[in-house]
Every structure is written in structure tokens, then in C-alpha cells.
Design a protein around this ligand. Structure first.
Ligand code: GMT
Length: 375
């Protein structure tokens, strides 16, 4: 198939899922055309089946806000006509689903029919999409998509309860490349960070408010009083300076390392004893899955789709959002019980295998065939 993939070229979240999906589709023989405003970070190599089309928005003094959605729709029209796409697959509804709807209508006038699949990723439904400034467009463009997928059951249910959706939403969970995300022998690095055999706790995210990273710092400050430990924070974003200040206020700054954005997250995960994901909203929790694939048990909140990935009492523990004392108790329980820790590491890897690329990719391919066949 010739597939157009529209996504945000981000380091994490929906952008990474879309990029990895496109790469995997190309590796099994599909022709994949990425359409974004800049080259996605994980697309920095040559493949005969992968093409990249940049959306550039012409500037004009009248425009206080550049009309990206129009430029994106125009690019989708151009690529569909010239590359004869069989399918357009947009990731994250805003504004990709409505731009795809517009492109589809324009293509109709040219006598071309191209089906559109929208994959919902999280905040497009649970946060941003609910805002009255977006809601009517999100509802309309989901209903007008030929196919709709959500990355977890929780996100599918949230979509049905928050929007008036008339169509079927297929759950196709996120996936993991187990060849890349696996525990690597990095003991010398571990020794450098934890010279006295401390436990290493870790979190990675885009440092946005919904991640509730302050909860991790409070948990860590309490855990540290019972178990000698260090905290590794990977990623960057708007909350970072506030989190640094909180570390100083709680007197734990010297035991917390901020690594910033890191391309080789799997190397850092290979050192970790536990992973934290304490979000207020999280449709899936790809970061937790990456940790689990590297044999790291997860201490998480019960937000959104996280409990579908991190199984309470098996691959780690799940607490109510913001229940710091429960998270502290669960962290200490794992760190102090070597047999439990070893068992949970194995369980985490076993659970991660349920989301292997080999299992999930055929689900997308079957869904593509169904939607193309129907339309
Ligand atoms: O976490 C973010 O804010 C980024 C966001 C995105 O769409 O890029 O991530 C969402 O999509 C990921 C991939 O499907 C999911 O693993 C994340 O759980 C989800 N984030 C939220 O729901 C907050």
C-alpha cells in the first residue's frame, strides 16, 4: 500500500508512535510518505520505501497565526495526487483530522477518493480536544474519518463519553520494538551514578503539568529516608525549572540527576531499578512500556490507560492519582524485597512482549485493508 502518515515530529508520544509505525510498515514493503512540518527525529536514515514531505506555511504580515492546517491540507492533496496514496493515516486529531477531511473533499473534486484513518493519542481527547475552541471540529472530523483507532480501551471510552461519536473506534494499542528496548549491560554507568550501591529510580517525559512530576519528587524524598537511592530524570519541558526548585526545597537536589532529552533512552533504562509514571492523564503510557521492556518495574498512577499496561501487583504497582504515601509504600516494598523485585522485572518484560511490534503491526495492516476495502 501507499500510505501517507501525518504526525507531530516530536521526541515522544504520538510522533514517535507514528514514526515507528511508518518505519515498520516500510520494512514489510509498504511505501510510506511522512507529511509533517519538520523531519521527525527518528527518521534520520535512508530507506527506499520512506519519503518525507515538508509542510511549509507561507508567511504574510496579515497572519498573526500561520494557517498551518490549510498548508497541511494542501500538501496532503499534492502528495495524494502525485504519489497516488491509497490511504491517509493521521496521528493526533488536532488539527490533523480536520486537515485530512478538507484534503479529502478537495480530492473529491479531482475525482480521487482516499480514505482517512485518525488515530487518537490522548490529550487530543482528554485535554485539548474538549476545549470549546476545538470540540466541534474534533467531533466532526472524528465522525467524518473512514476509520478511527484509539491507543487504549480507556481512551476509546473517554472519546465516547466526551464527544458525540457515531462511528466505531478500534483499539490498537501502542507497541514496542523489543530489539531496541532491551536491558543492556551498563554496570559501569550504574556505578558512576550510584557509587555506593544505591537504588536507581527513573522517570522520563516531556515535563508537562499532566505528568505530575512533583509527586515523583515528593515520593523520592520520602523513599530516600528508608532506602538509599538516586533519581534520574530524562526529558525536558515547561515544568523543569519548577521541579529543580522543588528538589532544592526538599533537600534532595544532590541525589537527582536531570539528563535532558536523550535519544538512547534504552541505555538509561538499562540502569534503572524502578520507573515512575505518576501522570494525571495518560492514555497509554508508552514511557512505562519502554521501561518494562528493559525489565524495569513501574510505580504508577491509575490515570487513563496506564493500568492496561502496568498490571498492579504483577509488573509494578498502581496507586490513585496523587496518592504519594501509597506510592512510597509500594516503592519501598519492591526495593526492600529482592525476590519480589526479581519477579516483577521478569513480569514487566513478559507483559511488554504483549505489545511487541510483531504483534501490533499486523493489527494496523488488517485495519488498513478493511478500511480501504470498505471505501
Ligand atoms: O504525553 C504527551 O503529552 C504527548 C502525547 C502525544 O500525543 O504526543 O502522548 C500521548 O500519546 C502517547 C502515544 O500514544 C501515549 O503513550 C501517551 O499516554 C499520551 N499522553 C497523554 O495522554 C497525556
Amino acid at each position: 500500500m501507499k500510505i501517507g502518515i501525518i504526525c507531530y515530529p516530536t521526541y515522544g508520544g504520538s510522533g514517535v508512535v507514528a514514526t515507528e509505525l511508518g518505519k515498520a510498515l516500510a520494512s514489510v514493503g509498504h511505501e510510506v510518505h511522512f507529511i509533517t512540518y519538520t523531519q521527525p527525529p527518528r527518521l534520520d536514515f535512508f530507506s527506499e520505501n520512506i519519503f518525507y514531505h515538508e509542510v511549509s506555511v507561507a508567511s504574510y504580515p496579515l497572519f498573526e497565526y500561520l494557517p498551518y492546517e490549510s498548508a497541511l491540507a494542501s500538501k496532503m492533496v499534492d502528495v495524494t495526487v502525485n504519489e497516488q496514496l491509497d490511504l491517509i493515516h493521521v496521528h493526533y486529531a488536532i488539527p490533523h483530522a480536520s486537515a485530512a477531511y478538507l484534503a479529502k473533499q478537495i480530492l473529491k473534486y479531482k475525482g480521487i477518493h482516499v480514505p482517512v484513518i485518525t488515530t487518537l493519542h490522548g490529550t487530543d481527547i482528554t485535554l485539548v480536544g474538549r476545549d470549546p475552541s476545538f470540540e466541534p471540529v474534533v467531533t466532526f472530523s472524528i465522525n467524518e474519518s473512514d476509520g478511527v483507532t484509539a491507543v487504549s480501551e480507556s481512551l476509546r471510552d473517554d472519546t465516547y463519553s466526551s464527544f458525540e461519536i457515531l462511528s466505531n473506534i478500534e483499539v490498537i494499542p501502542n507497541f514496542i520494538d523489543l530489539e531496541r528496548f532491551k536491558k543492556q549491560p551498563k554496570e559501569h554507568f550504574k556505578l558512576a551514578i550510584c557509587p555506593n550501591g544505591e537504588k536507581l529510580l527513573m522517570h522520563t517525559s516531556n515535563f508537562r503539568k499532566v505528568k505530575r512530576i512533583e509527586d515523583i519528587i515528593h515520593v523520592f524524598a520520602k523513599v530516600q529516608k528508608q532506602v538509599p537511592s538516586k533519581l534520574l530524570l530524562v526529558g525536558d519541558g515547561p515544568e523543569r525549572s519548577g521541579i529543580e526548585a522543588l528538589c532544592r526545597d526538599l533537600g534532595v537536589a544532590s541525589d537527582v540527576r536531570f539528563l535532558g532529552k536523550l535519544d538512547t533512552i534504552e541505555e538509561a533504562l538499562s540502569l534503572a531499578d524502578l520507573f515512575f509514571l505518576t501522570s494525571e492523564k495518560e492514555s497509554f503510557g508508552l514511557a512505562a512500556l519502554e521501561a518494562m521492556a528493559c525489565e524495569v518495574p513501574v510505580i504508577s498512577s491509575d490515570a487513563g490507560g496506564i493500568p492496561e499496561v502496568n498490571i498492579h501487583g504483577v509488573t509494578g504497582f498502581v496507586s490513585k492519582i496523587g496518592d504519594i504515601d501509597d506510592m512510597v509504600a509500594n516503592t519501598v516494598k519492591i526495593l526492600k524485597d529482592e525476590a519480589l523485585h526479581t519477579q516483577m522485572k521478569a513480569n514487566a518484560l513478559a507483559r511488554a512482549k504483549d505489545f511487541s511490534l510483531e504483534k501490533i503491526l499486523p493489527m494496523y495492516e488488517r485495519y488498513y485493508e478493511k478500511i480501504v476495502g470498505q471505501s
